[in-house]
Design a protein around this ligand. Sequence first.
Ligand code: PHB
Length: 401
Amino acid sequence: MAEATIDTVTSVPVAVVGAGPAGLMLAHRLGRAGVGTVVVDTRTRHGISTTQRAGILEADAARDLVETGVSDRVLREGHEHEGIELRFGGRPHRIDFKDLVGASVWLYPQTDVFTDLADARDRDGGTVLYGIRDTEVLDVTTDAPRVRCTAPDGTRHEIRARYVVGADGSRSMCRDLVPEERRVRYGKEYPFAWFGIMAEAPPSAAELVYAHSEHGFALISRRTDRVQRMYFQCAPDESVDAWPDDRIWETLQARVAGEDGFRLTEGPVLERTVLRFRSFVQEPMRWGSLALAGDAAHTVPPTGARGLNLALHDAKVLAHVLLRALGGEGDTALDDYQPRALRRIWRAQNFSSWMTRLLHTEPGGTPFDLRRRLGELENVAGTRAGRTYLAEQYTGWPTGA
Ligand code: PHB
């Protein structure tokens, strides 16, 4: 697009593409240190705040929201969980995080994390342009990269920056800026997806229930005292139209049924979505003046509840190295980003794909596969070492680990 068509030019140290948790948390952290940002996103603020995503925050991530001054709402409206329940063979098996590793997690949906971060940007005078289109990221191999986009009112913006961060999610356009011959994409597809629902009903269990049955996986999570979030394994090409309420409840009940007579409290299904997922990492996470963060650089299946936590961890590490770079160290400071972020990313990749395989049933799996899976579940839930492994991975690792 020609220079003449630009209506507004803004200069900031860091331009951020993507207003999800990674992009907004990065902007918040930089803002707190006096570094200006402009964040842009193709989605509207309403669109982001109403798209259901995962709901588990590591204790460190919850603490960071409070201590960095985003909001303390997580402490008031979130729920601290000291364990989860694994259900298999028709029986419950508690994984007691507090007892095993002295840790806990917070049930606090990503939509709330987004709302807190977006409100904090407003409060602190940060610029976020929602609902933009025609995004172009230019000159990332120079020290004067630019982002151009069209705002909803039709005005063309150019943001001139020293660094650009691509935090534009699992369908990132920024990651394509790393030339094909210089990047590696690691990935794995799964032969199943999750059917996610929101139901108007009281909670069925005090903690999250991860259920494995011969019919497939189910997860019982929650949102509020009146609305619950649940998922069950389905085919990747499943259609939501084929699932009236009765069929959904019958499927979920069959997957959690057991000798203890456990039953879900049913209610009207308010929302239904098929969520496809995969494991994915792109390296390098930095190319010239561009750094990738969150789902743009890596995605995990939702089973281990790692995605949101990884995004917030990237933002923490990246804010730190960007402040060093802008504070006089220059580009060499950015060399520390990938090694510090990537170690945890691959640990989370391993855990997420392990937990996914542990709990789902493979279409076309043999009776041997099913019986072996039950043996593995017994090894995990039935030994202290197994439970400790799960608890340690699920509750997260220290920063940089
Ligand atoms: C959720 O509440 O949406 C949720 C919780 C845990 C997961 C995935 C999703 O592992």
